[in-house]
Design a protein. Structure first.
Length: 320
């Protein structure tokens, strides 16, 4: 579901950014506005970013093989991280350098009405793209706040598009104000200042994206809510005395692995253990469908604080 919703938002953003980028660059050629150039490069970078996200989604759909037994789902994180780098290097740094250059060597705007008209149209188009991203994100966001959704989402595409669209809208408003003040005051320094602000904004968004996606690349576990549901599913049977320990890890944005060691009565037979484990797996999948791969190891709980453990107890404790 997350991939489907993400692709719709990505395609909408790509089409909007590509058209906006061409229009902005044409306006820059005729007006000489550095803010228009920064915005044009920003939109081109965003278009490339959306292509990368689509390519990452397609490659992540490859079936699992011997080299990647859990599949290629985490490739989506890699491409999203590359997007953050591109947004930082191409969009942010270029805009800051261009703004400083304009302040050092200011020159008047030509055809001042053209960049204002283009920016006004771009704000309208970018608003439609933002609305699409918000609409596609709502089913996945649930009752979370938008900040929480961006921070906790395991599917990187929608948060990336949301932040890109947000930065694009704010950047367009800043560019509009910069060009407008330049026209009113006939001082090109405002054009350069607005360009620097656009660059700082893009760098900030790129840093946020990079930090959030880094955690996914390193490896994150299931949410506390899902962990609680899994624990309740395991302990729902009276045959499971306790959970000795449990680990979870997302293998792709939509699925995670569960590995748990449970304590059962020492007199239970192997056949009974098999039934207990299989039923536990069913309960977990029913409670948390994203728990795709489940490994449950039955064991006998031995109190580590017990005095004078037997030799067999020491061996079993060391295996924990």
């Amino acid at each position: 579901m997350s991939a489907s919703h993400g692709n719709k938002a990505i395609i909408a953003a790509f089409l909007a950014n590509l058209g906006i980028a061409i229009t902005k660059l044409v306006a820059w050629i005729f007006s000489g506005s550095s803010a228009m150039l920064a915005e044009g490069v920003h939109s081109l970078a965003d278009s490339g970013n959306q292509l990368l996200l689509l390519i990452g989604g397609k490659r992540a759909a490859k079936p699992a093989d011997d080299e990647h037994p859990f599949g290629y789902g985490r490739v989506r994180y890699v491409y999203a991280f590359v997007v953050a780098i591109i947004l930082f290097s191409i969009g942010g740094v270029f805009s800051i350098v261009e703004g400083v250059s304009k302040i050092r060597d200011p020159h008047p705007l030509e055809m001042w009405w053209l960049p204002l008209a283009v920016l006004g149209i771009a704000i309208i188009l970018e608003s439609f793209s933002m609305r699409t991203a918000v609409r596609e994100s709502r089913p996945l966001k649930g009752k979370q706040s938008w900040v929480s959704f961006i921070r906790k989402s395991k599917a990187p595409e929608l948060p990336v598009v949301l932040l890109e669209d947000f930065a694009a809208l704010i950047g367009l408003v800043i560019a509009f104000l910069g060009v407008g003040l330049t026209v009113i005051t006939e001082n090109s320094i405002f054009d350069g200042i607005s360009t620097i602000f656009i660059g700082v904004l893009l760098v900030a968004v790129a840093v946020v994206l990079g930090v959030e996606i880094k955690g996914l690349l390193v490896g994150e576990g299931a949410s506390s809510e899902d962990v609680q549901k899994i624990e309740e599913a395991l302990l729902a049977s009276s045959d499971v005395e306790r959970i000795i320990h449990m680990k979870t890890l997302y293998v792709d944005p939509d699925r995670f692995l569960v590995a748990a060691k449970i304590s059962v009565a020492p007199e239970i037979t192997a056949r009974e253990i098999s039934v207990i484990v299989n039923l536990a797996e069913r309960r977990i999948r029913a409670a948390v469908p994203a728990a795709h791969t489940i490994y449950i190891e039955p064991d006998v709980w031995l109190d580590p604080n017990a005095t004078a453990p037997t030799t067999s107890s020491v061996v079993m404790l060391s295996s924990d």
